[in-house]
Design a protein around this ligand. Structure first.
Ligand SMILES: C[S@@+](CC[C@H](N)C(=O)[O-])C[C@H]1O[C@@H](n2cnc3c(N)ncnc32)[C@H](O)[C@@H]1O
Length: 243
């Protein structure tokens, strides 16, 4: 059973000039708006979305010495090495296949896949997260990823056979030691996905389905993967239905 306490992020600002922009963000995404003073007084350990003149930043005030952060795809690219599991996995596939990332989040994984030359269509259902990630993809001029604010369950029927579905549902296993600040923010603010995306993806026409999961999490399907790539923390389970 998932005993995780979910906290919806609050929306605030640093510079008074951006108060209205922050209020509008909170209205758009149905999140609570707070002034910096209210945060200091009552919400000093919360998750915060900060609207600033350099864009949208996130901050988890429960972490010691936390700083507001955005996404930096350029420095992320430099850290990807040839031991990366996603890279090793997707290098095996034909780049003509369209990739559907059905759980986009911050698009880190979609970015690795798109960097290999695939066209990625990524779906994120949380609207605030969609806006945050889209803004960061644009800031770093990331090409080949089309990010869409939609529940991916609604598009499964439109997926053609020559496609790869990529899935990275929120892990059931909690392991603070591996969670980077970005993923930590998502884990604290979003529920472990309850809909059975995997089973539905396996019933789609996509010839390839790739599931990322924590090494210790159950597979959650009776179907056996065709092969598996296992790292220290995660495993990629590949269901290959090509003839
Ligand atoms: C663990 S995160 C994915 C992280 C992502 N792989 C990355 O590299 O940043 C899972 C994400 O999937 C999203 N999600 C879960 N179910 C979804 C659905 N049915 N449609 C669209 N997004 C979904 C969640 O809102 C969450 O942002």
């Amino acid at each position: 059973m998932d005993k995780k306490i979910i906290q919806k992020p609050l929306v605030s600002y640093l510079d008074a000039e951006l108060k209205e922009a922050a209020e509008n963000f909170s209205i758009r995404h149905n999140l609570r708006f707070c002034t910096p003073r209210e945060i200091r007084k009552s919400f000093s350990s919360n998750l915060i979305i900060l609207v600033t003149n350099k864009g949208i930043f996130l901050q988890d005030l429960s972490l010691k010495n936390s700083k507001p952060f955005d996404l930096n795809f350029i420095s992320f690219r430099e850290k990807i090495n040839n031991k990366n599991l996603i890279e090793r996995c997707f290098l095996k596939f034909d780049k003509k296949y369209r990739v559907y990332d059905l759980s986009a989040g911050f698009c880190f994984d979609a970015f690795i896949i798109s960097s290999l030359g695939f066209d990625v269509q990524a779906y994120e259902k949380e609207s605030w997260l969609f806006e945050f990630t889209l803004e960061n993809l644009k800031k770093d001029r990331v090409k080949n990823i089309k990010l869409i604010n939609k529940n991916s369950l609604d598009i499964l029927k439109s997926i053609q056979p020559k496609s790869i579905i990529y899935l990275d549902p929120m892990f059931g296993v909690d392991n603070k030691s591996f969670a980077k600040k970005e993923m930590h923010f998502l884990r604290r603010s979003l529920l472990v996905d309850s809909e059975d995306l995997l089973e539905k993806a396996l019933n789609s026409r996509a010839e390839l389905v790739v599931l990322k999961k924590h090494r210790l999490d159950d597979l959650k399907t009776e179907k056996k993967p065709s092969f598996k790539l296992t790292g220290k923390v995660v495993s990629l389970n590949i269901f290959d239905r090509r003839n």
